[in-house]
Write a protein that binds this ligand. Structure first.
Ligand code: ADP
Ligand code: MG
Length: 350
């Protein structure tokens, strides 16, 4: 008898959860999304949705009972909730990984422990710690946990910015030296349960106001950096005993040094172009890995660039006519808030 596909539970119902659910549908995999957002766009893409606070035990149990394996679209779910779920159903990637990558300090220490370079950094607990590190300037102060899309970050370009910064220090911070960037790239890898790693080629990323604006392949980098970035991402996935798709974001400085910026233990915005540019997308590979399906080789179909569409800009695109090398994705979010990721456009190029 043919093996039946497992039902996949996805925690989080934003654009990443939606795109995961779409990829699962293509593979005939039933998806159940658990989200605390009653306007979660994933409702348009999954088979079933449960809306509840993540601490609502009865609802979480209902979710767990409906699925065979669980994954998540974002790394900031409390680890104890993921660990609770893991007592009943496999959770991939393993919840313990989140303890490291949820925390910028532990994440950088982990990366450095693998002999992989990051920016210079120091933990900051209070104003005194910060004042003693003015020589780091120009620098960026970031909350240790819960930041995304540049949230919780303060750029300190000179010593006066250090003096003027007026924040309460009610949480832990990390101070990073600001890099004089030549470029930013990311590498997306999928690691399967048998340890096989599939790596996409490096993607070149441009950020605006600390939010990803554009991604493209091929990245305009040397063969040496291309290989080094892929090798480092593979080492990180192996050392984390990772299962699923993950992303390593890198800085390249003006002296061509490759530095790990951060690890995303999930599918990643810079990999949206893999939906159209490859035979198998980062989302499909994630679903295949966590559901233990067949491993297929990836093949690039075309080069591509992807543009993020934020806030009210989405309205222009909803009315637009596209050529046949353009692929518009509307996340169907209710409110087009400023800087909110509302959709993206991928253009295939030669
Ligand atoms: P988030 O978790 O919000 O993605 P990141 O640490 O990746 O936070 O920062 C977002 C963007 O801000 C980066 O992709 C980069 O463009 C810029 N940035 C962050 N840290 C530095 C740094 N130390 N030097 C230079 N640019 C930085
Ligand atoms: Mg980032």
């Amino acid at each position: 008898m043919a093996k039946t596909n497992p039902a996949l539970g996805i925690i989080g119902g934003g654009q990443l959860g939606s795109l995961l659910a779409s990829a699962a549908k293509k593979l005939n995999i039933h998806t159940v999304v658990l989200t605390d957002d009653n306007q979660a766009p994933a409702k348009h893409f999954c088979n079933e949705i449960i809306t509840a606070d993540y601490s609502d035990r009865a609802k979480v149990r209902e979710f767990v009972n409906k699925v065979d394996v669980v994954t998540f679209e974002f790394e900031n779910i409390p680890v104890n909730i993921l660990e609770g779920i893991a007592q009943f159903k496999p959770v991939f990637p393993k919840p313990a990984i989140n303890k490291i990558v949820q925390n910028r300090l532990l994440e950088k220490q982990f990366v450095n422990s693998l002999n992989i370079q990051t920016t210079l950094f120091e933990p900051i607990k209070n104003k005194l710690d910060l004042s003693s590190l003015k020589h780091f300037s120009p620098a960026i102060l970031k909350t240790n946990t819960l930041g995304y899309d540049g949230k919780g970050q303060y750029v300190l370009n000179n010593q006066k910015d250090f003096d003027d910064l007026n924040i309460s220090f009610d949480q832990d911070y990390i101070l990073e030296k600001k890099i004089d960037l030549d470029k930013e790239i990311s590498v997306i890898v999928t690691r399967y349960q048998d340890g096989t790693i599939i790596s996409y080629e490096p993607i070149e990323n441009v950020h605006k106001d600390q939010i990803l604006n554009q991604s493209s392949i091929p990245a305009n980098i040397s063969k040496n950096l291309f290989e080094k970035a892929q090798d480092q991402a593979k080492i990180i996935a192996e050392k984390l005993d990772y299962v699923g798709t993950m992303c390593v974001e890198y800085f390249i400085d003006k002296k061509n040094n490759l530095l790990v910026n951060e690890i995303a233990p999930r599918v990643h915005n810079s990999g949206h172009l893999t939906i159209n540019a490859f035979n198998i997308s980062q989302f499909e590979n994630h679903v295949r890995a966590v559901c233990n399906l067949e491993i297929l080789p990836i093949k690039k179909v075309k080069n591509a660039k992807m543009l993020n569409i934020l806030g009210l800009d989405i309205e222009k695109y909803r009315d637009k006519k596209f050529s046949n090398n353009e692929y518009f994705f509307d996340y169907l979010k209710k409110e087009p808030k400023e800087k909110r990721k509302m959709g993206h456009l991928t253009t295939l190029v030669d």
